[in-house]
Every structure is written in C-alpha cells, then in structure tokens.
Design a protein around this ligand. Sequence first.
Ligand code: NAI
Ligand code: 15L
Length: 268
Amino acid sequence: PVPRTVLLTGAAGGLGTLMRGLLPAYGYELRLFDVTPIEGEPDAITADLADKEALRAAVRGADAVIHLAGISLEAPFEKIMRSNIEGTYNLYEAAHEEGVGRIVFASSNHAVGFIPVPADGAPPIPAATPHRPDTFYGLSKAFGEDLAQLYWDLHGVETVSVRIGSCFMEPSSVRMLSIWLSPGDCARLFHAALTAEGVGHTVVYGSSANTRLWWDLTSARAIGYEPRDDSEQYAQKLIAEHGELDPANPDHAHLGGPFCTNPPLWPY
Ligand code: NAI
Ligand code: 15L
C-alpha cells in the first residue's frame, strides 16, 4: 500500500524544506517535526529527538517516516551521540512501539567517506561495502544503518537507508559533480523508498545520474528509482573555477572529500 501520512523529521532543515516543497505532489500528507520552529507551519511539531513522548505522539498513526533530523556536519562526539545516535534510536523505538512499518533513513556518503575515489575506468563503489566513516558524523550514519538492519531483523520495521551524496539546488564544488543529488531526484528516490515492496533493509546511494558518478546505483534502481538529472551541465563552470580533482591532494582522494581532512563543523 502507498503510505499517505508521512512523518518528516528535520523538516526545518535544508533538505526538509526542499522536500516539503516537492513531496506533497506525490500525494503525501506530511507531518512535520523539528527542534527548530518552522515559520508558517502552525501544525509542525517543535520537539527534540531526545523527547521520547513527543516522538511517540509524532509517529502515532503515521504510515511511514522520512528521518532527516540530526546534526548534518561534524561535531564533538557528545553532541553526535545525543542527536544522531540516541535520537535515531528513540525514533526507531517509537516507530516500532507505534507499529510504523517503513522508515527512510537519511544516511550519508560519510558513512563510507574514507573509501578512495575510484580511479578512471575502475568499477563504481557498491552499496554492499564495509563502513568506512570519515568523521564522528559519518560514524553516526553507519550506526543508523546498523540500527535499521537490527530493527528489520528483530522487529520487522523496514528501512531504506539512503547514503545521500550532496543534495542542494546546484553542485558547488568539483567533488559534488560526482555525488550531486538534485532535489527532484531526491523526491523521486524518497518516493521509491516509501512505496517499493519488500525492501527489508536496503542500502542505496542517493545521487542523480551523474556522468562522473563514483558509486553504483543498482540497489537504488532496484527499488524503482529512475534518476532524471545529471550534474554535468555544471561541470565546465566549476572546473574553470576550481580545476579538476587531483588524486594526490588528500582533500580530493576519498569519497568524503574534505570531511576526511578538515571537516566542516556543525555551527552550534
Ligand atoms: P540541516 O542541518 O539543514 O537540517 C537538519 C535538521 O535537523 C535541522 O532543521 C535541525 O534543527 C534538526 N535537528 C538537529 N538535531 C535535532 C534534534 N536533536 N532533534 C530534532 N531536530 C534536530 O541538514 P540537511 O542538509 O537538511 O540534511 C538532512 C539530513 O540528511 C541530515 O540527517 C543529514 O545528515 C542528511 N544528509 C544530507 C545531505 C545533504 O546533501 N543535504 C547529504 C548527506 C546526508
Ligand atoms: C553531508 O552528509 C552533509 O550533511 C551535507 O551538508 C554535505 O556536506 C554532504 O554530506 C557532502 O558530502 O557534500
């Protein structure tokens, strides 16, 4: 059955805002959840993932969850622990207790960020590859994927873990040419993840059909995702500005890019 009421955690954030714009066209009724209030959305639930009662009430009666809430950059371990590790556990426990059967988990390329960028002509990185986090942030996403596997094996809660590349209106670096996920393709991928049958726990990469793609979209296509966009239209301008990636440069050598060397920090 196609889920109708979908809890969107992290609804105030960058990706949450993009998805609030795009997902209703697929017929979803979004229930919004974020610790940051959302202007113009009086029904949004303003609460922290640490608030178990608020989470229980938020998931009650929902058909599925898209879990975007959390710290989205590197931060001290204690903060990552609270929002991303305990927070994601609280969300899964609430979903299980309330009988919600499907979660789309916003994992990240940084769960596998220390994998070297494939050389020209080498095969793309498969989804079934051991975790290789590049930060505490990436480690929390590796935890989230394992948590999803546990809740499937133990409790029958299904998840599609989406290792998102970079989802912004446009790619803003040469690295992003390889990992960009256009907002439209993100909505297509989330819709596929919400509606595909029998996903159990499936791990997919989240990117558009980029000419310079580094990873394998087979598992994403297997759940019905058909990307329509390609970052190549931005290549000429970005390469003219920044130059091609240099495999000898440590900032460019791994999937996680600068997260492996000098990660951007969560601002608060
Ligand atoms: P963002 O930082 O703009 O949004 C995250 C939202 O989560 C914020 O609105 C924040 O208030 C909320 N949040 C943080 N801690 C919370 C807590 N303890 N309780 C309740 N809400 C909390 O991040 P963005 O870019 O929108 O990303 C959304 C999700 O997708 C994140 O989980 C991020 O790790 C993941 N992701 C995003 C990528 C991207 O390119 N945008 C790439 C890879 C993963
Ligand atoms: C992420 O996981 C971040 O949440 C996002 O802000 C981008 O930095 C992205 O990875 C990236 O790798 O570009």
